[in-house]
Design a protein around this ligand. Structure first.
Ligand code: 5GP
Length: 190
């Protein structure tokens, strides 16, 4: 997605060779026009896949999923929680997810009420790095007996291998901007 790549070049900040900071439009302040375009692009790519629900993980995936959902005809968004709030009294599906940026391990949880075997689920997230979050979310879909349509990532860091691992596991991966390397502050796209 050209407009996204241009924005990454303009406003993205490389932190070392592993991390990209896009706080000014995606992860802290949100450019809603760009997010709407991103949502429309996911809807175009996954058109005719019969998506009934969009699944993501808190926090940065939520706005992306919500904008996408509107372009999929207002399908519901379900977001996995990283902690068990006292309000989560019902049964839930859970999967361990290691956070790449925080170095912590948490259990991504969703209430059993919000995914069912009839669902055709699209997973979306801001970044695809090592694939931890996506594999965790895919596990929740599997536990529910639902159908995984694919994974949509706004930015994939190809060199961290998550996309390849998912593809090898027969998961359809569609990333709107694919980064090949980050070196000396330069971002090279695939
Ligand atoms: P993975 O689980 O694929 O290893 O990493 C993806 C998750 O880690 C995403 O949910 C995202 O929030 C976070 N993440 C991974 N790499 C980056 C990065 O370069 N920048 C930011 N802001 N978040 C990242």
């Amino acid at each position: 997605m050209e407009i996204l790549k241009e924005r990454i070049i303009k406003d993205g900040v490389a932190i070392g060779t592993e991390i990209l900071k896009v706080d000014s439009f995606l992860n802290h302040q949100i450019d809603v026009v760009l997010l709407s375009q991103i949502g429309a692009e996911f809807a175009r790519i996954f058109e005719n896949c019969g998506v009934t629900k969009i699944l993501t993980i808190e926090a940065s995936g939520i706005p992306i999923a919500c904008f996408a959902a509107v372009h999929f005809g207002n399908v519901p968004v379900v977001f996995a929680k990283k902690a068990a709030p006292s309000t989560m009294t019902e049964e839930f599906y859970g999967a361990e997810v290691k956070s790449f940026t925080k170095g912590t391990v948490s259990v991504a949880r969703i209430s059993k009420k919000y995914l069912s075997p009839e669902d055709r689920v699209l997973i979306v997230d801001d970044f695809l790095a090592h694939g931890e979050a996506a594999f965790g979310l895919a596990s929740l879909v599997k536990q529910a007996g639902a159908q995984l349509v694919g994974v949509g990532a706004v930015i994939e860091k190809q060199f961290q291998g998550g996309g390849k691992k998912l593809t090898e596991a027969d998961v359809r991966v569609e990333s709107l901007a694919v980064i090949k390397s980050i070196k000396d502050g330069n971002i090279e796209f695939a």
